[in-house]
Design a protein around this ligand. Structure first.
Ligand code: 5AD
Ligand code: SF4
Length: 466
């Protein structure tokens, strides 16, 4: 590394895939002399890792770019050069249109080209601008630098690993198949190596992520494609990894072996995010979801047979073109039948280039707002009911960080609920049983039940009487 240290500020919008990508971009820039800074003002390089899923998400990027432009101008007045890069799905969808709309932008880089960032920065320094929104054939993951153990530790005991990207489902509302491209699974060997590095640095929980994660079919060490269930079993065997999760899944790809993993795999947490979008067969068909309401409810029943305490969350869209009052009532009814522990819900946002945007019978904003409010009320009732069932139970909590009040730690229950507890900071990164004493609006409050639970292998030895 030559010259003085430089600072990079990376801001993520949107989903967990972007959070993961942002980290990998920072890792790739570390050998170039960049260290991460949490402050845009202190940065020599600002990267906005953007989301294009809904109109609001994309607009947020442009308003943030306005703020960054003023920072860049102020720095220039001080004789300091700030480079601005736009990455992610807005970059992919809009390409150099972004530079036309906001000339302060120097680099536009699509999600498949992050490994070329160092080269793009050099090109921008030379030519003033660099744009790369190709879908290259080479595997970007093979070229992205691994994080240092210190960087892993700083990011905490729970980590993401992207195992697949892109989507072939083409739901009629969704831009993902256009911005992230065709479904592509990483080989098992690369994922296992990444998980082993994380475990060695102290990570206890791994979430396998992908736009359509349960469509995973990466090449196994035996040369055959492995399904997600087999990958989960393999990663569960890595010492130190106590908890596994995966997200986001499509109901159609929820295979029997994956359902069985929820029964057989102790470290697979009893929590699943399974977007359904609507409870009306008519709307599901118009959305090209490729399953019916009955298919979904049957799947939920099979999952609950495998894991009775499963916390199920979902995504919903209200006001999809043609959605009638009866269709919407069917969605409310499905919520009651399935019993969710939480959900994300959105007003339908027409995305240019997707089939939904050209459909007749677009729904007016007032109707969308009214339906969203009613849907969120229903979800809240279910969430509260689920949380109440946890009251006075002892749940294992993985402590992630200090809380807002002195002496307080925040962690996650197996069901992914945030739990706040008075506990020593030495428990950060550890799993300890907590008795739930109170239900708040956004988190649970508890007290330590006893000493931290032993790690999985030790527990297994104890169970075997060794
Ligand atoms: N409008 C509203 N919500 C959308 N989502 C995806 N595309 C749109 C859109 N055009 C929601 C879906 C998806 C989640 C990630 O975002 O519910 O599951
Ligand atoms: Fe988009 Fe998910 Fe449908 Fe794929 S499965 S098109 S990512 S909503």
């Amino acid at each position: 590394m030559n010259g003085p240290r430089k600072h990079v500020y990376v801001k993520s919008f949107g989903c967990q895939m972007n959070v993961y990508d942002s980290r990998r971009m920072a890792d790739t820039l570390a050998p170039e002399g960049y260290s991460e800074t949490p402050s845009a003002e202190a940065a020599d390089l600002v990267i906005l890792n953007t989301c294009h899923i809904r109109d609001k998400a994309a607009e947020k990027v442009y308003s943030e770019l306005g703020r960054i432009r003023r920072l860049k101008e102020a720095a220039a007045a001080d004789g300091r050069r700030v480079v601005v890069a736009v990455a992610g799905c807005v970059a992919q969808a809009e390409g150099d249109e972004i530079i036309r709309r906001q000339p302060a932008v120097d680099v536009v880089v699509g999600p498949q080209s992050y490994h070329r960032l160092p080269e793009l920065l050099q090109r921008a320094a030379r030519d003033g601008r660099a744009v790369d929104t190709e879908f290259p054939v080479d595997d970007k993951f093979a070229h992205l630098a691994a994080p240092s153990p210190a960087a892993v530790r700083a990011r905490g005991a729970s980590a993401f690993i992207t195992v697949q990207e892109g989507c072939d489902k083409f739901c009629t509302f969704c831009v993902v198949p256009y911005t992230r491209g065709a479904e592509l699974s990483r080989p098992v060997r690369a994922i296992v190596a990444e998980a082993e590095q994380l475990a060695a640095a102290g990570v206890r929980e791994v979430s396998l992520i992908g736009q359509n994660v349960n469509a995973y079919h990466g090449e196994g060490p035996d040369g055959w494609p492995w399904p997600l269930a087999q990958l989960l079993h393999r990663i569960a065997a890595i010492g130190g990894i106590e908890r596994l999760r995966y997200t986001t899944s499509h109901p159609r790809d929820m295979s029997d072996d994956l359902v069985a993993a929820h029964r057989d795999l102790a470290s697979l947490m009893p929590q699943l995010h399974l977007p359904v979008q609507s409870g009306s067969d008519r709307v599901l068909a118009a959305m090209n979801r490729r399953h019916t309401r009955a298919d979904y409810l049957d799947l939920v029943r099979r999952l609950r047979d495998a894991r009775p305490d499963l916390a199920l969350t979902s995504d919903f869209i209200v006001g999809f073109p043609g959605e009638t009052a009866a269709d919407f009532a069917a969605t409310l009814d499905l919520i009651d039948e399935a019993g969710f522990s939480g959900a994300f819900s959105f007003k339908y946002s027409p995305r240019p280039g997707t089939p939904g945007a050209d459909m007749d019978d677009q729904i007016d904003e007032d109707t969308k707002s009214e339906r969203l409010q009613r849907l969120q009320g229903a979800i809240e009732r279910h969430q509260t009911a689920f949380n109440r069932r946890c009251l006075h139970r002892s749940l294992d909590v993985l402590f992630e960080r200090t809380g807002r009040h002195p002496g307080q730690l925040v962690g996650r229950s197996p069901y992914l609920q945030p739990v706040q507890v008075t506990a020593p900071a030495s428990l950060i990164g550890e799993i300890a049983p907590v008795t739930i004493a109170e239900i708040g609006s956004n988190s649970l409050f508890g007290v330590l039940t006893s000493q931290p639970r032993p790690r999985a292998q030790e527990r297994d030895l104890l169970a075997a009487g060794a």
